[in-house]
Design a protein around this ligand. Sequence first.
Ligand SMILES: [Cu+2]
Length: 364
Amino acid sequence: MKKCEPCEPHEGKIMRTISLFLANLFITTALLAQAKPADAPHDMEHMQHGGFMQGGMHHAIAKGVKLEQKIDGHTIVVRIGPMNLPAHTSHMKMPQPPDLEWQVPIDGWLLAYSPKLVDANGTAVPGRVLHHSAFWNENRADFLCPNKEEHIFGAGGELTNWAEVPGYGYRVQMGDKIRVETMVHNPTDSSYDNVYLEVTIPYQSAADGAKTKSVYPTWMDVKSCGNSGYDLPAGNSEQTGTVIVKYSGVLLGVGGHMHDYAKQLTLLDATRKETVATLDAKVDDHGELLSMPTVLFLDQGGYKFAAGDVLKISATYDNRSGKLLRDGAMGIVVGYFVPVDDSAMDALRRNPASHHMAGMSHDQ
Ligand SMILES: [Cu+2]
C-alpha cells in the first residue's frame, strides 16, 4: 500500500496557477491529476486512483455528495455537492467527496467548460475552497500516453474557464463515463455550508450535423507518461522527458503547467530538430508562480506533427526555498491536437475499467 505523500508544499498554491491558454480566447485551466495505468491490477487502481495529490492519501469521505446533471438548451450543467466546508480546514483534514461518475447524456461534442461554486441558494462561494476537480473519460485512452485515461477537463481554485475554440469540440458518445475527482479545502476565515461545484458545458449535438472538428487534449509531460509530480531539489534543476506522437496532425496552441519556483518550459520536436514553443514562467519575488504564457500556431494553421515525431519536453526550476520540495514540481505543456485522420483516434475508445465509484475510499 502506498503511503501518504506529504503535500503541504502544494496546498493552496498549485491549483490557482494552472493555466492553459488557447486561441485568442480566454484562459483555459487544467488540473493535472495523474491517471492510473489502464491495465493495472485492481488494487493498483485504487492506490493510484486519486489525483496527483490525492493518490494514497488518507482522507475521510464526505457523506452525501452526489453528482447531478441537467440539460438546458445546448448546455449541460454538472453539479457536485452538497459539501460542508468549515473555515481554516486543510485538504488533509477536510472530508473529501468520493470519485463520482458523470454519464454523458448526449452524442456530440463538448465545447467548453465553465466551473463555479455556489451554495444552496445559488450565492457564489469563493473559488479558493476548490482544491481541484478533474474529469477523466474512462471510455478513452490518452492519445500520447494510452496508459492514462483521457483527461478532458480540470480546474483549481482559480476557476477559470476552458473557453470554446470556435469550430472545435471534444467528441463524446451518449453514456460515456466520466470520472470526476474533486478535492476541497477551506483556507478562508468563513465556513461555507451546502456548497456545490457547478460545471457548465455547452455542447454541439451530432444530430445537428454541424461541421465540428474534434480536438484532443494534449498533455506533454517532462515525466513522459509517468506520474506528473516529482521532487524539486533546492537550487537550479532541469527535468526532461519525451513522448512520441503516433498520429499526424496539428497542435493549435499550447500553454503550460508548472509550480512555484518555475523558470521555463520548452517543447521540442526532436525529430525535426525544431523548438515548438518556449514558455517562460512568471514568478513573484518569492518564487510563487504567477502565470505561464500561451503560444498559438493558428496563423500557420497549427504546428504540424508527423506520426512518429519524438517530442522532448524540458522544465527548469530555481528552487530558492533552500530545501528539497517533495512532489513539489510538475512540467507539462498542455494543448489541443487536431489529427489529420480523426477516425484513427477511434482506436483509443475502450470499455471503462471497473472502478468503485461513489463511496469509494481513497485510503483503500
Ligand atoms: Cu501541478
